[in-house]
Design a protein around this ligand. Structure first.
Ligand code: BGP
Length: 476
């Protein structure tokens, strides 16, 4: 039997406000923590300034100017046949200081226009409520996710936009990749800052503070799910996790156990959101490590009432684990060991379509709820040829192989996956590096790392390929 995707499969893409909108102070927007991050190249720590300083390039300040060009960009997505687009609503456009008495009308109006434009192009909006975005005042005044007040401020923001766009939006994502808060790798600082606006090196009791912030975000997520369901019972609410299967370096049982633990490491929050309770095994682990979470009695009910409807999976790469890590081996993205059987992207992320099938099975067997791929893609350096067309066969090849793996997971393995949103359908600012050089898009944007460029858009070869994939429901 020929393998096929379901008829109503949500083909599309994912973007995030701080990586594409720009217009960082337009129409009453407050400053967000990402507005203080300068550029840097891969592996190098990006400078975060206390105030906006002349002479620095801050990638989020102009992004790719999606704020002003959303209409024509969405038309291009429509031309490819997108059924869904995942965007984020930047919290600092709605509550510029986080604790403002009333929301910023201009911010609300802007997202009405974007959502209406999506609907006009028959594209289903999928809205992330916190994709590494937060008003800087929430960090400064309320110590970010270290405090419970931040949970309340976030919920007020969620309730405001859920009511505002009721009937227009049916899919909500509470957070993007909160699970990366506790990774221990060269990227600890990068991810800690992106997720919380606090610098890793500034945390004085790292283990306790990271656990506390992870707990508050998990709690915020379950409470937001309940609010969404109360506002509109048709709302489908999920949370997005960036997950990486870890393979054992050898068949030594100790390596296998390590790989199991490393793969599980990121799942306690998914457990909390799917099972209606914060997992006991994690509480016990914290206890052994001398960490006490700030749990209130009423939290238990919140976990019971706030189960997610779907899991969003961001998948880029797999990793390798060893029980005896060798100090001398170069580490991969999340601190594992590079896999000698896999090719790597120009940024060293191993390319592993089978890992996607593995992860989908893993999640579906563990939770049994629908899954949507909310990110997947290849960051690459694109060369503009003389004829102006970018021949990005490497991107097509990457996506094609991942789609084959996805198709097998859905059709052969029976995983309930209802959509595929590739990351960065239009080139945008890279999250971990701030670089424009690292491109994911089907649509090229003329913007360079020094901030120069015309911002003009052009279609790459992959644009036409993806259009065909969608029109044939994944045949190509
Ligand atoms: C994920 C983020 C995205 C994104 C992507 C690619 O972790 O959710 O925001 O950008 O990774 O990463 P990068 O842009 O660093 O290549």
């Amino acid at each position: 039997k020929k393998l096929e995707f379901p008829g109503n499969f949500l083909w599309g893409g994912s973007i995030a406000a701080h990586q594409c909108e720009g217009a960082y102070q337009a129409d009453g927007k407050g400053l967000g923590h990402m507005d203080f991050v300068t550029t840097g190249s891969y592996g190098e720590e990006r400078k975060i300034t206390k105030v906006i300083e002349e002479g620095n390039v801050y990638p989020s300040h102009d992004g790719i100017d999606f704020y002003h060009r959303y209409k024509s960009d969405i038309e291009l997505f429509g031309e490819m046949g997108f059924k869904a687009l995942r965007i984020s609503i930047d919290w600092s456009r709605i509550f510029p200081n986080g604790d403002d008495e009333i929301p910023n009308e201009e911010g609300l109006a802007y997202y009405h226009q974007v959502i209406d434009e999506l609907r006009a192009n028959q594209i289903e909006p999928i809205i992330t409520l916190c994709h590494f975005e937060m008003p800087i005042e929430v960090v400064r005044k309320y110590r970010s996710w270290l405090s419970r007040e931040t949970v309340e401020l976030y919920l007020r923001f969620c309730e405001t936009v859920m009511k505002e766009y009721k009937g227009k939006v049916h899919y909500w994502v509470t957070f993007n990749e909160m699970n990366h808060l506790e990774i221990q790798s060269d990227f600890s600082n990068t991810f800690t800052y992106m997720i919380t606006g606090l610098q890793y090196s500034d945390l004085h009791d790292k283990e306790l503070q990271l656990a506390t912030m992870g707990y508050h975000m998990t709690l915020a997520s379950v409470k937001a799910v309940k609010i969404a369901h109360d506002i509109d019972q048709n709302n489908q609410v999920g949370c997005v996790f960036g997950l990486t299967p870890c393979y054992p370096k050898t068949s030594k049982p100790a390596d296998v156990l390590q790989a199991f633990k490393d793969t599980e490491r990121d799942l306690y929050q998914v457990d909390a959101m799917c099972n209606g309770a914060f997992p006991l095994y994690k509480l016990k682990e914290y206890q052994r490590r001398g960490i006490t979470l700030p749990i209130c009695e009423s939290d238990h009910l919140a976990f019971r009432e706030g189960k997610i409807d779907f899991i969003g999976l961001n998948y880029y790469s797999s990793d390798v684990s060893s029980a005896e890590p060798d100090e001398n081996t170069e580490s991969s993205l999340f601190g594992g060991i590079p896999n000698q059987y896999l090719e790597k992207s120009a940024w060293g992320w191993s390319i592993d379509p089978t890992g996607l099938r593995y992860m989908l099975n893993y999640l579906y067997h563990r939770y049994g709820i629908p899954i949507i791929i909310t990110e997947n893609g290849l960051g690459a350096v694109d060369q503009v040829e003389n004829d102006g067309i970018i021949q990005d066969d490497y991107r097509i090849d990457y996506l094609k192989k991942h789609l084959e793996a996805l198709k097998a997971a859905v059709e052969e393995d029976g995983v309930d996956c209802f959509g595929y949103l590739m990351w960065g359908p239009i080139d945008l600012v890279s999250a971990t590096t701030g670089e424009m050089k690292k491109r994911y898009g089907f649509i090229y944007v003329d913007k360079q790392d020094d901030g120069s460029g015309t911002f003009l858009r052009s279609k790459k070869k992959s644009f036409y390929w993806y259009k065909k994939v969608i029109s044939t429901n994944g045949e190509d």
